[in-house]
Each structure stands twice: as C-alpha cells, then as structure tokens.
Design a binder for this molecule. Structure first.
Ligand code: ZN
Length: 322
C-alpha cells in the first residue's frame, strides 16, 4: 500500500516556484511565489516593518536580499500574522528589535510550537530549505489583543495591526495601511490558493472575522498565498473565494454527518463539492484531509483545535487518502 499511495501532503512538491517582487506603493513591498507563503514589508522614516518570516532563516535571507535592492533601513519590527512554522521560524534572519504577534499566537507557540514545526516540515519540506539554520522556536517580544498601531513617521502614515476575531487560527492579525488602502491579510484570505483550516474556527472565520476584514475596504490585498489582488473587485473576489470555500466545506461535512456518515464520507463529500472550483489551486489536495478533520471536531463541539503532530498527520492522511 505505502508505495502506491498518494504522496503525503506536499512532500512530493519539490519544484522551485517563481517569485514575484512588487512595489505596491512608495515603500510598500510584497513577494509572492505561485502559491507559496507570501511576505511583505513597509518602510517607515528610518526603519522597516517586515510582515511574516518564512520557514527558515535561509529562506528569509533570500527575501531580504530582494528587499535590500530597495531599502537599507534596519528592520525594527517583525510582525507574525499567526503561529504557523512556515511563517515564523525564519525570524532570526531579520535582526528585528521587536517581534510582534497576537497574544493567542504566543499561547499557541507555547502549547504546540514544537509539534507544529515537525508537522509542517514533514508536510512542506521544500519550504524548509536551510532547516539547519533555524535556531529554535520564534518568540514574540510584544503581543496585543485587539489593535496595535505603528507610526511610520516622515509623512508615511501609520500601519495598523488588527485582530478581527478567530479565523485561520485563534490569533490571526492583519496589517493595514489606511492611507494607501493596502492590506496584508495573512492566511485569513487566500487569492486563488486553497485554504488550510486545520487549526481554524470555521464558523467565526466565515462570519464575523471575514466581514470585519472586508469592511476595512482594501484596494490592494496581499493574502497568505497567491497573487496580490489589485483593485476593489479583485480584493472582493479573493474574500468571496475564501468565504465560499469555508461555506461549502461546512455544508458538505454537516450534511454528511446529518445523514449518518463518518469522517471519511464527510471528506469525500467535501472533496467532490470543492474540487471543481478549487482542485487546481495550490495545496488543495494537501490541505483538505486536515481541514475536514478539524471542522469535524469543531462541529462536534471541540472548541480548541487538537494539536497536529507528525504522527497524527500521517494517521489522518492514511484514513482519508489511503
Ligand atoms: Zn497558516
């Protein structure tokens, strides 16, 4: 069985992605990579704020090399949108004075940071190029619960870090430039990339959290994965796709459960309903077993997501994809 089975998660996805560096406004940058995790940066008067850290210091240093073609200001703040290893473990490369995250992100790193590191390295080995350069878990030095504003200085306006409720994780934050109407949304919004919901709060995410993100009125949105959305229509489309993915997933799993089906039947129903629209998008097949497993728990009343370990990853994969 083992040899012929579907390759685990993204373990067989080893081809390098093309990276696209974009200047979104004066001093506002994003690097996207065909569905790999996106990163960004915002210049202040005499410092830089970086958004997301990538999986390893080596991967982070490649992003910083691109950024250094545009600015040599020191990185004063590194903002982590949430706790996932592919977005946090490269932090040491930035030499940031301050590492900012939501207070629930700190809690999650304490509770499951090591397990998540092992799990994600197994699921997405390509993103962990230079894994031996990771010095350990990344610890935020400043956390907040609702909002934290960074004054950029020099007429550059302000960067508002906001938590809009539970979503992709318990502690997602977005980075919002109200003057430029540019939003770094983290994994709360994906632009033509499949959602990962294995640690999510589906109902809240699809409801009040996405509504609050939408209400910001962004005109440029950098999602967690996928291309930058330029213009209100493209931003709206990315948010709609995200919401629709969640609704279809919930509906199919709810229906399967109501009709007496088990986890495997729920997975198959969700797969059949989502595949026509989302099947070609990056990480769709990789994520769906973990997504259905988490929503199955959530609808059964398990509020706090179970910890993914490398071992549990393989068990769920074998059960649903075997
Ligand atoms: Zn994530």
């Amino acid at each position: 069985m083992g040899e012929a089975a579907v390759p685990f998660a993204s373990s067989a996805d080893l081809a390098e992605k093309d990276e696209t560096f974009e200047v979104l406004a004066d001093g506002v940058y994003a690097l996207t990579a065909e569905g790999d995790p996106n990163v960004g940066a915002v210049e202040g008067e005499d410092f830089v704020v970086c958004f997301e850290a990538r999986a390893t210091p080596l991967m982070a240093s490649k992003w910083l090399e691109r950024l250094r073609e545009h600015t040599d200001k020191p990185v004063r703040f590194l903002v982590l949108s949430h706790y996932h290893a592919v977005r946090t473990l490269g932090a040491s490369a930035f030499g940031a004075e301050t590492v900012i995250a939501h207070e629930q992100t700190r809690r999650l790193i304490i509770e499951r940071g090591l397990a998540d590191w092992e799990s994600e390295a197994g699921r997405m080995p390509r993103l962990f190029n230079g894994a031996d350069t990771i010095p350990g878990l990344t610890w935020p030095t400043v956390t907040f619960s609702e909002e934290l504003t960074i004054e950029l200085g020099g007429g550059r306006g302000r960067l508002v870090l906001g938590h809009h409720g539970r979503g992709h994780t318990a502690g997602d934050i977005v980075a919002w430039l109200p003057e430029q109407r540019i939003l770094f949304a983290g994994d709360l919004v994906e632009a033509r990339a499949a959602l990962y919901t294995g640690d999510a709060f589906h109902r809240h995410w699809a409801g009040p959290t996405l509504s609050a993100v939408e209400a910001l009125g962004a005109e440029i949105l950098i999602g967690g994965r996928g291309d930058v959305a330029h213009g209100a229509d493209a931003v709206g489309a990315a948010i709609d796709q995200t919401r629709s993915f969640l609704h279809v997933l919930m509906r199919e799993v709810d229906e399967a459960a109501t009709h007496g089906g088990g986890l495997k039947e729920a997975y198959e129903a969700a797969h059949a309903a989502l595949e026509p629209r989302y099947g070609d998008w990056p990480i769709f097949e990789h994520c769906l077993p973990f997504n259905v497993s988490r929503y199955w728990d959530e609808r059964s009343g398990l509020d706090w997501p179970r910890v993914w370990t490398a071992e549990r990853d393989r068990e769920v994969w074998a059960e649903l994809k075997g």
